[in-house]
Ligand binder design. Structure first.
Ligand code: BV8
Ligand code: ZN
Length: 241
């Protein structure tokens, strides 16, 4: 099916939908200049995200993990939302029942103005004390390494969900609720390999939803979705409006 026909079909389905859910990943921010995780530009000093975004890596070498986050914070601080982020703000405005679930920690959906938004892996501008568990915003670039809690002097960590850690219960419940009960699920710019987000396509399909994928490339989910649109998110997502 030609891309225009696919876009028209997604638009028609959206027009009929009562509840819409959207899942985004690093591909949405790629067009803002934020490197993806599994692309070649996602490597930092030859480490993969799976090597650094773990409680074990932080316990072993908190300075190294913080240096990686500082590199990312410096980069993200210079980036702005793109046309895909903005189109999703407009989509939210058009639907009474809507939830944007993002795996991105860069905060660009929030910067664009999305408000019915769940950042299921956390946010790079939030830190948490490993001792007293206090959570606070921190926009320092670069952050002093290693950063310490102002209240108890404990070591601070990024308030981000690492591999092997559970997602916050409320975030997981709300995203599962939206994915189970939506009429349409759009999956945009994610490789679909990190759970639990990777399971959302199957859950939505099992609930009878129409599932569309928008990605530059094929993913493990492409075969199961109703429609797969290939292209850059900043080009394709605005076409849905
Ligand atoms: C959990 C935070 C249970 C870091 C991230 C073995 C040991 C331990 C765990 C596991 C294990 N095996 C499996 C697991 C589970 C694990 C998992 O799924 N692992 C995978 C890798 C096998 N999951 C977890 O551990 C999760 N927790 O399961 O908890 C539990 C329960 C109770 C008690 C304890 C535990 C937690 C996962 C959280 C991981 N955190 N991030 C940080 O950001 O600092 S993951 C990391 O991957 C990123 O944050 C990102 O959010 C996520 C997904 O990546 P994508 O966004 O998809 O990015 P990617 O680069 O992969 O893909 C980009 C895509 O965009 C590509 O498809 C590309 O084609 C496309 N694209 C590129 N440009 C564009 C584009 N598309 C459109 N337009 C463009 N311009
Ligand atoms: Zn503290």
């Amino acid at each position: 099916m030609p891309d225009q026909q696919k876009i028209d079909e997604i638009k028609a389905t959206l027009a009929r939908a009562r509840a819409v859910a959207v899942l985004t990943g690093a591909g949405v921010s790629a067009d803002s200049g934020v490197p993806t995780f599994r692309g070649t530009d996602g490597l930092w000093r030859n480490f993969r995200a799976e090597d650094l975004a773990t409680p074990e890596a932080f316990a072993r070498d908190p300075r190294l993990v913080w240096e990686w986050y500082n590199w990312r914070r410096e980069l993200i601080a210079t980036k702005h939302p793109n046309e895909a982020h903005r189109a999703l703000v407009e989509l939210e405005r058009r639907h009474e029942r809507f939830l944007l679930i993002t795996q991105n920690v860069d905060g660009l959906h929030r910067d664009a103005g999305s408000s019915r938004l769940l950042e299921i892996h956390g946010n790079i501008w939030t830190v948490r004390c490993t001792a007293c568990k206090q959570i606070e915003d921190n926009r320092e670039v670069p952050i002093a390494i290693p950063p310490h809690c102002r209240a108890c002097h404990g070591l601070l960590r990024p308030h981000i969900v690492w591999f092997g850690e559970a997602l916050e219960e409320e975030a997981l419940d709300r995203s599962m609720g939206a994915v189970t009960s939506c009429d349409v699920l759009l999956i945009i710019g994610t490789s679909g390999v990190v759970n639990p987000a990777a399971s959302f396509a199957g859950i939505a399909k099992a609930g009878g939803a129409f599932v569309a994928e928008m990605n530059l490339e094929e993913t493990p989910q492409s075969a199961m979705v109703d429609l797969a649109v290939r292209g850059r998110a900043s080009d394709t997502v605005p076409l849905l409006l």
